[in-house]
Design a protein around this ligand. Structure first.
Ligand SMILES: [Ca+2]
Ligand SMILES: [Ca+2]
Length: 168
């Protein structure tokens, strides 16, 4: 005898109304929109995209915070400096930042990415394509601009440091 215990778990959908957390303590300065919706860092300091293609815009990315596009072909635009970590995640991503400060890291994914820093990569700042055939454009490279594995095209206008692992 087969006991058929289908439990229609009417999961009391715990929809927690977005109570305005006006006074978010740490990492308060990193604010982004993910596909048009304003998102602040979670308790671990991370702003995540979705596993699909995302359009993420941030004012700045502060130290100790991460913006992660996750999978999909993402566009991530940081209008100010990156002092934390920005990663496109898997997929062919477009990532841009106005500058990368000391301790800041802007990186692509295992796929081919397009990364632009319109200003300066400071000493201690890193722009990294990782695997895949990447295109890296940096205005002033005083930090590290690294194509990583793959056939990478790097365009650095000026700066103290040469780009590395760039094939063209
Ligand atoms: Ca994504
Ligand atoms: Ca690469």
């Amino acid at each position: 005898m087969i006991r058929h215990s289908v439990r229609a778990l009417c999961a009391a959908s715990l929809v927690i109304a977005p109570v305005a957390l006006a006074a978010a303590p740490a990492h308060a300065q990193t604010t982004c929109t993910v596909n048009g919706v304003s998102v602040g860092p979670d308790s671990t300091g991370v702003v995540n995209g979705t596993t699909g293609n995302d359009y993420i815009v941030c004012a700045t990315v502060e130290s100790g915070t991460t913006v992660n596009g996750l999978a999909g072909d993402d566009t991530i635009v940081v209008n100010g400096p990156v002092l934390g970590h920005v990663t496109g995640g898997p997929g062919r991503d477009y990532v841009s930042a106005s500058s990368v400060g000391a301790g800041g890291l802007v990186e692509g994914s295992p796929d081919s990415d397009y990364i632009v820093v319109s200003g300066t990569v400071s000493p201690g700042g890193i722009v990294r394509g990782n695997t895949g055939n990447d295109y890296l454009r940096v205005d002033t490279n005083n930090g590290t601009t690294n194509g990583g594995d793959g056939f990478d095209v790097c365009r650095v206008r000026t700066g103290n440091n040469p780009s590395i692992n760039c094939e063209l």
